[in-house]
Design a protein around this ligand. Structure first.
Ligand code: ATP
Ligand code: MG
Length: 464
């Protein structure tokens, strides 16, 4: 019933009709989220707003996660106070954003994002950068895309403009009530991920919602509602219209959700990986590609669980490695020498990747370093081994080497050698060094640098 009404609201006289939806109010004794579980900064912000006479609720992912017994990453608050009114109430706050302004309220080291209820045209896709990007790309009118400026709205409109029903629940810490305008609570209990409104329209408005669908379904192990899922297969190409930096942020969220393995599987199941990781299919078909990628994703998930730092460059280097290897081998087979072949392969693979998903340069530089270091691990003679140990990226290169050993690409003995070598005493290390068996190194010294050699000045040339 409510859904039928919502689709009417979405299609025609949206703003007015929407005002008539009454929320279902779920009391604390039913939903079970306790006041003590809520972040104290979020409580302070909502209480202060309410004391000043405004409506204020914790909203979005935090409510969803609390109901699922998970610890929220961050807290968002929604209110009917304008950004200026919010800013006026909190000394440590600042207004951000150009078109749709939000307020960041700081308590201690924490920041709570406070947004004013938004109307139907507004969405997370209305970020300034997104709007600018679309305007630049589609100077002429393109149907379905949200281009107009945001407007404030009522609470129910704010619920309806959100992405999924389970992300549109409002929690009032002072009463302990959850306000539910669109059956989000039921979907949450049933483990269903359902987009709000007409799926096609909502994906057209903001294609990133498709990626979010895959991410939440995988992360929460929720069932994607069939109507929410169906259009994704044909609409994936709309991701091309998303500004590269937003796409990259969204993919990082997916890869570092703690459920990268499941998320990537879901992405492939929906056919969405073509738009973000165009090489994934080929890589998974490489002889050891799938094992390597699976292992890298598994280790990433473990590190997140253990609260260890994770590096986007390392993970992207791992995701693309087997294509670098395959390309480099092809180039060698065509007559190129190993080191220039490796460097050309790195460039080619990155080029293909960034055409779809732009990885920021600071990461690609790092990825190339990690890949480039790999050849040096084969060199276990005196000077070379010590030089590698002293390299600022040794740790990342070594972790990558271990991944290669564990996946079966290399003999584990090499990984163990470096493990012992890096932790050994001077005497131990001296005893471990192997004779320098690189005759070409000497030849190279006599010769001027060849034009084809890479700009990389590492000892890699000795491999040549
Ligand atoms: P996470 O755990 O990843 O932070 P989240 O649901 O909090 O999940 P955010 O990206 O922090 O996700 O967004 C906060 C809320 O804003 C969402 O819960 C949702 O209600 C709304 N939202 C975010 N992105 C969109 C979007 N693209 N379209 C519509 N609503 C969105
Ligand atoms: Mg969030």
């Amino acid at each position: 019933m409510i859904r039928k009404f919502i689709s009417k609201v979405f299609s025609k006289a949206r703003p007015k009709a929407a005002q008539h939806i009454e929320p279902r109010i779920i009391p604390e004794k039913k939903h079970g989220v306790r006041h003590g579980q809520i972040n104290s900064c979020a409580i302070k912000v909502t209480a202060e707003l309410q004391r000043a006479g405004y409506a204020a609720f914790v909203v979005g992912g935090a409510v969803r996660d609390l109901l699922l017994g998970k610890t929220p990453k961050d807290y968002d608050v929604a209110t009917d106070a304008t950004p200026e009114q919010v800013h006026h109430l909190f000394r440590r706050s600042r207004i951000i954003g150009r078109r749709f302004r939000l307020v960041h309220v700081m308590c201690g080291s924490e920041t709570i994002e406070v947004s004013t209820f938004r109307g139907p045209a507004a969405s997370a896709a209305d970020d300034d950068e997104v709007a600018d990007f679309r305007k630049a790309r589609h100077a002429t009118n393109e149907s379905g895309r949200i281009l107009r400026d945001n407007v404030f709205g009522s609470q129910v409109e704010d619920a309806l403009r959100r992405d999924f029903t389970i992300n549109a629940l409002f929690y009032d810490p002072s009463s302990g009530e959850i306000w539910d305008y669109i059956d989000g609570y039921k979907d949450l209990k049933d483990g269903v991920l359902r987009i709000i409104g007409d799926p096609r329209t909502r994906y057209q408005e903001d294609p990133v919602r498709m990626l979010r669908a895959a991410r939440f379904a995988a992360k929460l192990e929720f069932h994607l509602d069939p109507a929410t899922r169906a259009p994704i297969a044909q609409m994936g190409n709309l991701l091309e219209d998303v500004p590269p930096s937003r796409l990259f942020d969204e993919i990082l969220k997916l890869l570092f959700s703690g459920h990268a393995q499941r998320s990537l599987k879901q992405l492939r199941a929906e056919g969405l990986h073509h738009g973000v990781l165009p090489l994934l299919d080929v890589i998974l078909e490489q002889p050891m590609g799938e094992r390597f990628v699976t292992l890298a994703l598994h280790q990433t998930d473990l590190r997140i669980k253990e609260d260890k730092p994770v590096s986007p460059a390392f993970l992207f280097a791992a995701l693309l490695w087997h294509e670098v290897l395959a390309t480099s081998q092809k180039l060698e087979a065509a007559g190129e020498r190993p080191i220039p072949a490796l460097h050309q392969a790195m460039e080619q693979v990155i080029q293909t990747q960034v055409e779809m998903l732009a990885i920021p340069r600071r990461y690609t530089t790092n990825m190339k370093e990690i890949w480039g270091l790999q050849a040096r691990f084969a060199q276990r003679s005196g000077k070379r081994a010590f030089a590698l140990l002293a390299h600022p990226r040794f740790r990342a290169g070594y972790d990558f080497l271990l991944l290669r050993c564990e996946s079966g690409e290399l003999d584990m003995e090499l990984g163990r050698w470096w493990e012992t070598f890096q932790h050994g005493s001077d005497v131990q290390r001296a005893g471990m060094l192997q004779p320098d068996t690189s005759p070409k190194k000497r030849r190279r010294r006599r010769k001027p640098k060849s034009a084809g050699a890479s700009a990389d000045t590492t000892d890699l040339a000795a491999e040549d």
